[in-house]
Design a protein around this ligand. Structure first.
Ligand code: NAD
Length: 360
């Protein structure tokens, strides 16, 4: 079977972590007789330099005509002027809206070999943490009406949290479907004691829940959820929430796993096209040094195989190889601890390849 993948290496460590990920995908293709056809395209800072825009029309067109998009990272100090009209991050927003990606899936997994990296106590971590945050991506307060009214020296600003039934329904479905493939529990996080929009979320999520009787549905206010994530993270399986709450809670969930260099993400919409990228940025402080951790991007590719191509077995093979590399004590600098073996970006990629080759 042939799969068309648009590849956006982007800026900083983006190209370095993408290189290792492509090696892993090539091996999977070889091993399972899939043909992955890559089209490399420009976005972010490099696209500003070469084409004068962070998201050239040609890039979006190629992404639209692909079966999925794999992205490294965009941005860097060269383009970081906050007053600039053209910024690398605009490429991400343009891709999300251009591809109709309204759902962000962020698994936060604490690999047992990396428990030292977590800021939480052993007694809280128990046998490990495995949470998936399902965040609404194209609605809510980030996209609602805003205003700034001046009255003499006094200024009044407002932003609007706005959601419709259909926007909530489609994200709720993804959350329940995701839970069905996991531990069958969904926690809806909202502020329904205060916000009308949250009360609508509750009604709609309750309605969608009727189609998934096997899934347990829990509801938590966002302030409580923020506490529960550090107090008892093992109670969570899938968290579904609005754009703003998801933005904050997915970062908190990532933090408790201890390493930004390990965490993948997927942005999904209708159909099977999706955008897959590590949660970290372009890490300009270590770019070009060959020391970046490629595992978050490699695990993003595993998500791509699972969610866009339906290749769950191949995805599991990658995840298992990553687990094995960690168990064997290989670490990039960001996850290094005493007694382990320090490796660079290329070596880490080659180790994953090696364990996939050796795997059954
Ligand atoms: P960052 O994630 O790039 O880096 C934060 C810290 O984590 C740095 O010390 C970095 O060295 C380290 N780090 C990140 N990824 C790593 C990896 N794979 N291996 C080892 N260490 C890693 O965040 P930042 O410094 O706030 O942002 C840098 C640039 O990236 C900015 O221009 C920002 O706008 C951009 N950014 C892009 C994305 C994206 O492309 N999706 C996301 C976040 C930030």
């Amino acid at each position: 079977m042939e799969y068309k993948i648009a590849v956006i290496p982007g800026d900083g460590i983006g190209p370095e972590v993408i290189d290792e990920t492509i090696k892993v995908l090539n091996l999977i293709g070889e091993k399972y007789s899939h043909e992955f056809n890559y089209k490399y395209v420009l976005a972010g800072g490099i696209a500003i330099d070469e084409k004068g825009t962070p998201l050239p029309g040609e890039t979006l067109e190629i992404c639209r005509n692909s079966d999925s998009v794999l992205l490294g990272a965009v941005g860097g100090p060269k383009w970081d002027d906050p007053t600039a009209k053209i910024r690398p991050e605009q490429a991400l927003l343009g891709l999300r809206s251009g591809l109709g990606l309204y759902c962000n899936l962020r698994p936060a997994v604490l690999h047992s070999a990396l428990r030292d990296a977590s800021p939480l106590k052993d007694s809280i971590i128990g046998d490990g943490i495995d949470i998936c945050v399902v965040r609404e991506l194209t609605g809510g307060i980030y996209f609602g009406e805003r205003s700034l009214v001046k009255n003499g020296d006094e200024e009044t600003a407002s932003d609007t949290e706005k959601y419709s039934t259909s926007e909530i329904k489609r994200i709720a479905k993804i959350a329940f479907e995701t839970a069905m493939k996991r531990k069958k529990k969904v926690t809806l996080v909202d502020k329904a004691n205060i916000l009308e929009s949250s009360r609508l979320w509750r009604r709609v999520v309750d309605e969608v829940h009727k189609d998934y009787p096997e899934v347990e549905l829990d509801r938590q206010y966002v302030d409580n959820a923020a506490m529960q994530l550090v107090k008892n993270p093992r109670q969570f399986d899938v968290i579904v929430t609005s754009n703003i709450f998801g933005d904050i809670l997915s970062d908190e969930a990532s933090m408790i796993t201890g390493s930004i260099g390990m965490l993948p993400s997927a942005s999904l919409g209708e159909g099977t096209n999706g955008m897959y990228e590590p949660i970290h940025g372009s890490a300009p402080d270590i770019a070009g040094k060959g020391i970046a951790n490629p595992l978050a991007t490699i695990l993003s590719a595993a998500m791509m195989l699972k969610y866009s191509f339906g290749l769950a077995e191949e995805a599991a093979v990658i995840e298992k190889a990553v687990e094995k590399v960690l168990e064997e004590g290989y670490r990039t600098g960001d996850i290094m601890s005493e007694g382990n073996k320090l490796v660079g970006t290329k070596e880490m990629g080659e180790l994953v390849v090696k364990y996939i080759k050796e795997g059954k």
